[in-house]
Ligand binder design. Structure first.
Ligand code: IPD
Ligand code: CA
Ligand code: CA
Length: 270
């Protein structure tokens, strides 16, 4: 499979940072038995991965802007292009040695996502998409699942943890969806949840209170796989609202139909 020069740059950067994360995962497994656990070590691993990604992407595309979860915004001379990067999505999984985490790299041009990559170094799954050129998992073309009936679908969600998000709303949403689907899942890495929708493993996914770097790459990968991605209002931009719902056009619509009114029902939410 021949990819553009930009995709090659992204793949090279992700694989190098991925090797570092995979090595660190080994150490995390050793540190589980210690009293303090691997928390500080993981923070360092996360930062190290982001610095590697920044340095490789900046070297190959000097001047592009860079928004990373760890380092924040780094302006570049080129105001049209911005990398949106999560060096380690699924930190809690990583911290516990659960191999469901990923590097996520999105590239925006003039406000439009033009390329995305999600890479899980633990199992070497590499998801890619470029605007107008389709989505791929390890060079195999991706297509979202075709199911139209919610009661046959496996759907993933996010769950707010202690001190974050609206727990009452989350429980309400889960109860509603749970009653109507074949299976509900919580995997713990938003980027991979979206990649799973793109690859048809999951029929749909929703979550609230995310950040742009959780979804930037996933958004274009799902869309290039033929899926629909929006905020929970159904027509809002997830990168702006932080709320996301995706699936094929039918399942996306079904999920919006259930979730949108619940958000209004619980005070303090749009
Ligand atoms: C988190 C993961 C998780 C989602 C959280 C995100 P992080 O990202 O994507 O699945 O539920 O809301 O913050 O912190 O592991 O990069
Ligand atoms: Ca994240
Ligand atoms: Ca992260």
């Amino acid at each position: 499979m021949l990819h553009s020069a930009t995709i090659n740059v992204m793949v090279k950067a992700a694989r190098r940072a991925g090797r570092s994360l995979k090595r660190d995962l080994g150490e995390v497994e050793n540190l589980q038995v210690s009293l303090k656990g691997p928390a500080n070590f993981v923070t360092m691993a996360d930062k190290r991965a982001e610095e590697m990604l920044y340095s490789d992407l900046d070297k190959a595309r000097p001047g592009y802007g860079f928004i990373g979860e760890e380092g924040g915004v780094r302006e570049g001379a080129d105001k049209s292009h911005t990398w949106i990067v999560d060096p380690l999505d699924g930190t809690t999984n990583f911290l516990h040695g659960i191999p469901q985490f990923a590097i996520s790299i999105g590239l925006q041009r003039e406000g439009t996502m033009i390329a995305g990559l999600i890479y899980n170094p633990a199992n070497d799954d590499l998801y890619l998409a470029e605007r107008g050129k389709g989505a791929f998992l390890n060079d195999q073309r991706l297509r979202v699942a075709g199911r139209r009936k919610l009661n046959e679908c496996v759907i993933a969600c996010g769950l707010p943890h202690i001190g974050r998000g609206d727990h009452e709303l989350s429980r309400l949403e889960m109860t509603e969806i749970q009653n109507q689907v074949a299976g509900l899942r919580r995997f713990g890495a938003a980027a991979l949840d979206m990649a799973f929708v793109a690859s048809g493993r999951l029929d749909g996914y929703w979550e609230r209170n995310l950040q742009p770097w959780d979804m930037a790459a996933g958004q274009i990968i799902v869309r290039e796989a033929g899926g629909i991605v929006s905020g929970i209002e159904g027509d809002d931009d997830p990168l702006k609202t932080g709320n996301v719902v995706c699936g094929n056009e039918f399942i996306h619509a079904e999920l919006v139909k259930i979730l949108k009114p619940l958000g209004k029902q619980v005070s303090g939410n749009q």
